[in-house]
Design a protein around this ligand. Sequence first.
Ligand code: PEP
Length: 254
Amino acid sequence: MRQNLVAGNWKMNMTYQDGLALVSEITNMVADEVTNSDVQIVICPPAPFLSAIGRQLPQGSNFHLGAQNCHQKESGAYTGEVSAKMLASVGCEYVILGHSERRQYFREDDELLSQKLKAALAAGLKPIFCVGESLDTREMNETNDYIGKQLQNGLFHLSNEEFEQVVIAYEPIWAIGTGKTATSQQAQEVHAFIREQIARAYDAKAALDTTILYGGSANAQNARELFSQPDVDGGLIGGASLKSRDFTEIIKSF
Ligand code: PEP
């Protein structure tokens, strides 16, 4: 179901104590607004804090717990890894997959991401599947081709029922952590393109029903303008999700 959604990706930041304090500030600061609105908020802390942060989120509210990654296998001899089933067992509802940092630093390709998607869905998690182009690709006018392939090869193998569970995040690599945000027009163009591709791969209803987030230096100043675009349903937020005031301003930007 298409929703207004803001997800905070903490990446490898925060200590356990800082994380608990941040979540308590966020939930206190937006308690009333969130109860009276339909915005969904997903907090994605580092894996060791998931269980404790999950317990701190108001139960039965618009706050949800998400992980930043999962392994493609259900269990086994994979030292240091965390399975989707484990994430679900500590209360995760979402998992970020295909983030450009994982694609770049951990060489996650379409084939591996396809397996991770299947594992996440089998465990009942909703994947937040990231796509996005580099600056070179944009400057060569190949953004749509590139994103079309990421969708085709990484995501569109899912059945209709599986695809219904997926949130897509458009994250231009050149905008992530750089302070350079895509203009709202650039974001809208790519989001509309993604919706067209969904309509081709599935159908018009699937295209209309899919939640598509923008990510890349979104902040308290630019969120309102970005979220006002017809095909932008919210944001995947990195740096600004680490500051309670900024993150709560973004939550209030619909
Ligand atoms: C991200 O990592 O998903 C992200 C969008 O980061 P930032 O907001 O810091 O650009």
